[in-house]
Design a protein around this ligand. Structure first.
Ligand code: GLV
Ligand code: MG
Length: 346
């Protein structure tokens, strides 16, 4: 365990100091782009104002013979566009792949000044973060970067879930984490071929009452993992995210899964298809009625202490904090989204 003083020191001479407070950013959806496909790269200028984060995907879903093209395509995409307030991320290949090293060696010097976050797949423990952290610091120093690139870990192996707190605590470079339900299901030996979402067989039966019909109540397969990830992230000041939802033909199930994650503390999800951008915007922007009620609470308790009744509901210091979570998020959304700013009255 490093001493607290050393924790925030750059890991290479000349590298930028890690953030003490992470940058404030709205990240309702992390929109995946396969950068080796020119036609999709050409859509990026139009996407920038539609999404909160653009991510160039270099890992799974990119065929082995297109890995180099994807990396080069990402560099091109980063150079060609001005991203403004929209985040620019990349998901690099995993640490034990033949591509990870070149991914970093090429991307950081070329476009490290534009890259906000590096998404690191299949993180198993703090040792993976330490390695990427040190390497990034060396490359940042070499490239003369003034701002550190953050790391976002995908939680997608049984060992990663076991070590989730140590991963969260591994470095001040940590941005947050996403659930990776496909790899995680495989790693755990879960018997599902779905990418995220529920499963009809994961259910609890209503009590037998002597009749033929008993209702099966479907449960959320990912509840335990999301709860564990949210606690690990929030206790270290990181941001938790739902990952991918693979069934593009079922927007209702996607919305419901994203909403569960939002209610449990997640701030966003991946959008793998353009139709999921709006779903994520709807879900991860707080509900206008909740915002209106939260504003009432904050107005009624200007210093955040005491107890008041609003619409028959008891409010106190704790509910003031709950209200502040909603209003802070609504203000962040309003700053980027004029239509929602108007609905919220902010
Ligand atoms: C995402 O990478 C997943 O494995 O679900
Ligand atoms: Mg995965």
């Amino acid at each position: 365990m490093k001493s607290p003083r050393a924790f925030y020191q750059p890991l290479a001479i000349g590298a930028p100091a890690p953030f003490r407070e992470p940058p404030v950013a709205l990240e309702r959806m992390i929109h995946f782009v396969p950068p080796h496909i020119e036609k999709l790269r050409a859509k990026v200028p139009g996407l920038i104002s539609q999404v909160d984060v653009i991510l160039g995907n270099l890992e799974d879903a990119i065929p082995a013979d297109a890995k180099v093209d994807a990396r080069r395509g990402f560099i091109q995409l980063a150079k060609d566009n001005d991203f403004g307030e929209t985040g620019l991320w990349t998901r690099v290949n995993c640490l034990n792949s033949p591509w990870f090293l070149e991914d970093l060696l090429e991307i950081v010097p070329a476009v490290g000044d534009k890259l906000d976050v590096l998404m690191l797949p299949k993180v198993e423990g703090p040792w993976d973060i330490h390695y990427a952290d040190q390497l990034l610091a060396q490359l940042e120093a070499q490239a003369g970067l003034s701002r550190p690139i953050q790391i976002h870990a995908i939680l997608e192996t049984a060992e990663g879930v076991k070590n989730v707190e140590a991963i969260a605590a591994a470095s001040p470079r940590m941005h947050g984490m996403s659930l990776g339900p496909a790899d995680l299901a495989a790693s755990r030996g879960m018997k599902t071929t779905r990418v995220g979402g529920g499963h009809p067989d994961y259910a609890v039966l209503s009590d037998a009452d002597g009749t033929e019909t008993r209702t099966a109540y479907q449960q959320d397969l990912w509840h335990y993992t999301i709860a564990k990830m949210v606690d690990a992230c929030l206790s270290y000041g990181l941001k938790p995210f739902y990952g991918p939802f693979g069934d593009f033909s079922d927007p209702g199930a996607c919305e419901s899964q994203f909403r569960n994650a939002f209610l449990m503390g997640c701030l966003g999800a991946w959008s793998l298809h353009p139709s999921q951008i709006e779903i994520a915007k709807t879900v991860f922007s707080p509900d206008p009625a909740e915002v209106a009620f939260a504003l009432k609470i904050l107005d009624a308790m200007p210093d955040g202490t005491g107890a008041v009744m609003i619409d028959g509901k008891m409010q106190d210091d704790a509910t003031w904090k709950q209200a502040k979570v909603i209003v802070d998020l609504a203000r962040l959304v309003a700053a980027k989204d004029p239509a929602r700013a108007e609905v919220y009255g902010l």
